[in-house]
Design a binder for this molecule. Structure first.
Ligand code: GLU
Length: 302
């Protein structure tokens, strides 16, 4: 068995908040329960969404909370050469194609087929550029799912076992479609960067928020296409805001009040369904108690 390597991979689009702390704590506990390593990777490829200095503040907040990364922190913005190599590999197989479509083009093509994607749901790409650009200029690169799956002799229904959510399945062709690996603005897409980095950093276990659960199937397809191992996945519940939506930096999640770091850790542990540690317990005692409770639920078989 490969030695356990886990990771927390925040996007520096703002400071750590109650929701991202839950993912940080869960991934930290899982690593500790497995006697493994806990890496931190700053996912700053989507530069227009990044907030100046948020990376440093997230790292400082983690250290105030006592969640200390093993080894060097990585920044995706310094690793773009690896993403270019991965795209070149896919190009060499004929598994990607350039796409000239704008969002409006996609909406128009879907409307012509009588399809109107629901608000907020991302549209399944109708495949306009799959057969060629017809004189238009390609700006983004998309994965040709049907070709990849046919060449790998795999079905579009991707199955995986989530360690928290149980058996999962997603039809990537019907539900996702040919997704973008390099965006029209030249930036690397999250899907490609995350798959390449998890593999290059030897990540064996991914623990992250439930909102990313439905990204897992496309990441598994990409891993297969690139000949990379698939980590185990565990998606933890989200912290929801008063409006019932996922608490996120985008919907104005409050910055964490770290005047009492242990209180914030206790709140995060409660979201994870971990037992409340005695009121007088200090941080180390709490983290040890939660690690034991986590290990009993999710740890390696004794
Ligand atoms: N960077 C993503 C986020 O902050 C997490 C990606 C992942 O864990 O795969 O939401």
């Amino acid at each position: 068995m490969r030695p356990y390597i886990g990771r927390f991979a925040p996007s520096p689009t703002g400071d750590l908040h109650a929701g991202s702390l839950v993912a940080a704590l869960a991934s930290w506990l899982d690593a500790r329960a497995h006697d493994g390593l806990w890496r931190v990777r700053i996912e700053d490829v989507d530069t227009p969404r990044c907030v100046e200095g948020a990376d440093k503040r997230i790292l400082a907040q983690l250290s105030q909370l006592g969640l200390v990364p093993d080894g060097q922190v990585e920044w995706q913005s310094r690793r773009t050469g690896f993403y270019a190599q991965a795209l070149a590999t896919l190009q060499a197989h004929g598994w990607v194609y350039p796409c000239a479509c704008s969002r409006q083009d996609i909406a128009a093509a879907l409307a012509a087929q009588g399809l109107t994607p629901e608000r907020h749901a991302s549209a399944v790409y109708p495949g306009t550029c799959r057969a060629g650009l017809q004189g238009r200029t390609g700006r983004a690169w998309r994965l040709d799912l049907a070709r990849v799956l046919a060449d790998l002799n795999e079905a579009p229904l991707v199955h995986w076992e989530d360690r928290w959510c149980g058996a999962q399945a997603q039809d990537v062709v019907a539900e996702v479609g040919d997704f973008v690996l390099r965006r029209a603005d030249g930036l690397w897409a999250y899907q490609l960067a995350v798959v390449v980095d998890d593999a290059l950093q030897g990540v064996t276990h991914v623990v992250r928020g439930e909102d990313l659960c439905d990204n897992t199937a496309r990441q598994i397809v990409l891993q297969h296409a690139l000949g990379l191992p698939t980590p185990r996945y565990l998606h933890v519940p989200l912290v929801r805001g008063a409006n019932g939506e996922k608490l996120s930096k985008q919907n104005g999640a409050q910055a964490l009040d770290l005047s009492d770091p242990l209180a914030r850790l206790r709140e995060a542990a409660a979201v994870l369904g971990l037992p409340q540690a005695p009121a007088q317990a200090g941080r180390e005692a709490c983290l040890t108690a939660w690690t034991q409770a986590w290990a009993a639920r999710f740890g390696p078989a004794p």
